[in-house]
Write a protein that binds this ligand. Structure first.
Ligand code: RIB
Ligand code: CA
Length: 307
């Protein structure tokens, strides 16, 4: 029994690693990939998603381009962590498969309206613009979603793009507020947990022992991510932000979480884009608090060993 998922992302080096994991797994039914402007402009996130499908031999997975800018705020990008191409470590190429026709938001609305109740899990690893737009366009699509698995936010860890805000939320806080306020159950992989799972050298060396082409591609991505992370803090290794979402789907036992209700600061000021957890316990959002980092990389090695 495979799990039907739709992945909304902004590749992005760590998005690319996440896509390799999802596309390698025989336990996930990747119905489609939708792309959004984020780390780099939409044209590049869409090209990069198609590149990863081709590199993984998954030209069967349709890639739909979505929103080219956030709902309200001025656009921001993150080339410093992903390169101008958005896919640092790999040589960009024009993929054989074209973009799927139609806007990603239209695809999401049509697909989730027609889905059986709770049929789809949505993995969201970029700004939540597409998901928010789909929910505004037709709130009834929530019926087709069993769970959102989000790379978003920060609480105890503090932000990575401002002292209070994590990039995906900062890049479109209004979209994030719409998604969190929808009440759709979500598992939230924030910086609180992703900063505890990093591409340390022994873990990369372990991956180098997996003598497959996929493993070699992933090593190139991880090493490129480490070079860019190291520019910000000497010796610090790249966190496994987006890969944490797929790792949760494939190995939930690696993680611990607490139930809460997340909201987003959208007022101007130093806390713009900050995620806030309700003081009262309980709520539809499982805020992941810890991960087994070595188990995480065991999972990645197993996935990349698949030929
Ligand atoms: O803050 C980390 C997030 O921002 C990741 O999704 C990374 O790809 C960037 O988009
Ligand atoms: Ca991302």
């Amino acid at each position: 029994m495979t799990l039907p998922i739709i992945i909304d992302c902004d590749p992005g080096v760590d998005d690319a690693v996440m896509l390799m994991m999802a596309l390698a797994s025989d336990r996930l039914d990747v119905r489609a990939i939708t792309t959004v402007a984020g780390n780099v402009p939409l044209r590049l996130t869409s090209r990069n998603a198609r590149m990863m499908c081709q590199l993984m031999g998954r030209g069967d997975v349709p890639v739909y381009a979505g929103c080219p800018r956030p709902i309200l705020r001025t656009p921001v990008t993150a080339e410093d962590f992903h390169g101008k191409s958005g896919i640092a470590g790999l040589d960009p190429f024009e993929p054989d498969a074209p973009l799927a026709s139609g806007h990603a938001v239209t695809f999401l609305v049509d697909t989730l309206k027609a889905a059986s109740p709770g049929e789809c899990t949505l993995v969201v690893t970029g700004p939540m613009t597409n998901i928010a737009a789909a929910l505004v366009l037709d709130p009834s699509i929530a019926q087709g979603i069993s769970r959102l698995v989000l790379m978003a936010g920060a609480d105890s860890e503090g932000g990575n793009i401002t002292p209070f805000s994590e990039f995906n939320v900062y890049a479109d806080p209004h979209a994030a507020e719409i998604v969190f306020a929808s009440g759709i159950p979500a598992t939230v992989m924030s910086l609180d947990v992703t900063h505890t799972v990093r591409a340390e050298l022994p873990r990369i060396e372990r991956l180098k022992q997996v003598k497959t082409e996929k493993a070699a591609i992933m090593v190139r991505l991880l090493e490129a991510g480490n070079v860019m992370e190291g520019r910000w803090k000497e010796g610090r290794k790249s966190p496994m932000h987006d890969p944490s979402t797929v790792a949760f789907l494939l190995a939930p036992h690696l993680f611990e979480a607490k139930a809460t209700t997340v909201s987003v600061a959208t007022e101007d000021g130093e806390r713009f884009g900050q995620t806030r957890l309700a003081t009262a316990p309980g709520g539809p959002h499982d805020w992941v608090t810890s991960a087994d980092a070595d188990g995480f990389f065991d999972l990645i090695a197993d996935l990349m060993a698949r030929t």
